[in-house]
Design a protein around this ligand. Structure first.
Ligand code: ADP
Ligand code: DP6
Ligand code: CO
Length: 315
């Protein structure tokens, strides 16, 4: 039996994707920029089978999203048999730590090889985007930019800067429980916020500033921009037509402590995705002292250290 196995890492956006200009095509309202993480990843195997099926972390799981993705591929590349997808997340699933990014990037890589499609990363990023927008960025190592584009052809991700700039992320795992508000729905609700348009406009300016800051390896600038962009994203959730909030009391305490550390002269900035967990941006020279401070102040919370990771790998 021909089985293909692929590993893809999660990525964390420093400039966020949080809104869709076209829902079925997953064309975003903003371009986004991310760093792929070494610490968290998904391994996915595919093989032809009797029915489209997903076995996730050893258990049969709801295959609806995977099935829709495979049907999109069938519509594009011609019919093919059912596929058994066997996947392991080395990241909490649906907790705001980007499992949809690593998993649909891995599934895209695996399906391209199973179907013997030409493994062109630009085209693969368009396909991964259809599975989950953030997945289009997880095909690449280090820093990637997803250009929002305006149609299927022009909305794809490119490697932006494939070098380690000594950026470090402390990941505060406040909860690994599945979120109540999936990203797909959360961002569409956020688009109804009265200030959403201005967040989108600011994001375009911040993207250009972020690119310059990365090229200069200016961690302070990167952190300040990422924090403002992320906190702005969460404000949209709180002020939209059906308000919701991914933050918990612990999220707010961690943010406040990071801001206090920055005021005291340490590099410490936050970014938060669609869940309560906080990623603290710092540099490799500061990570140890910062980790000690956070662990001492929040003994009940687990902290992991992540650095820039690599792109898609065939195993
Ligand atoms: P996250 O913050 O983890 O990215 P999302 O709400 O964006 O959360 O996506 C979570 C969904 O992604 C899951 O409910 C599931 O449908 C899908 N998913 C996560 N991991 C896998 C996997 N390994 N294989 C297939 N689908 C997955
Ligand atoms: C907050 O890519 O999970 O992590 O395209 O609907 O699957 P879908 O959404 P998803 O959204 C990610 C949102 C984010 C920000 C980001 O990764 O850019
Ligand atoms: Co996701």
């Amino acid at each position: 039996m021909n089985e293909i196995t692929v590993r893809a890492h999660t990525n964390i956006a420093l400039i966020k994707y949080w809104g869709k200009a076209n829902v079925p095509l997953n064309i975003p309202t903003t371009s986004s920029l991310s760093m792929t993480l070494d610490r968290f990843y998904t391994t996915t195997s595919v093989a032809f089978a009797d029915q489209d099926q997903l076995v996730l972390n050893g258990q049969t799981a709801d295959a609806t999203r995977v099935h829709n993705f495979l049907d999109m591929l069938r519509a594009k590349h011609g019919d093919f048999p059912a596929v058994l997808v066997t996947s392991t997340n080395h990241v909490p699933t649906a907790a705001g730590l980007a499992s949809s990014a690593s998993s649909f990037a891995a599934l895209t890589g695996a399906m391209f090889r199973l179907l013997e499609l030409s493994e062109d990363l630009t085209e693969m990023s368009r396909i991964a985007r259809r599975g989950s927008g953030s997945a289009s960025r997880s095909l690449f190592g280090n820093f990637a930019v997803w250009n929002k584009g305006e149609n299927d052809a022009s909305s794809y991700t490119e490697s932006f800067y494939d070098e380690d700039i000594q950026l470090s992320m402390l990941v505060a795992e406040i909860s690994s429980a599945q979120k109540k508000m999936p990203s797909t729905r959360g961002m569409q609700l956020a688009q109804t916020a009265p200030t959403y348009r201005s967040w989108v406009e600011k994001s375009a300016r911040q993207l250009e500033e972020m690119k310059a800051a990365i090229r200069q390896a200016d961690i302070e600038k990167i952190g300040l921009l990422a924090e403002d962009n992320a906190l702005g994203m969460h404000e949209q959730n709180r002020s939209c037509a059906e308000p919701f909030d991914y933050f918990t009391e612990d999220t707010r305490r961690i943010i406040a402590f990071a801001q206090k550390c920055y005021k005291s002269g340490l590099l410490a900035f936050v970014t938060i995705d669609a869940g309560p967990n906080v990623k603290i941006i710092t540099d490799k020279a500061t990570e140890k002292i910062l980790l000690e401070k956070f662990r001492a102040n929040f003994p009940e919370i687990t902290f992991d250290v992540a650095h820039a990771g690599g792109g898609l790998e065939y195993l």
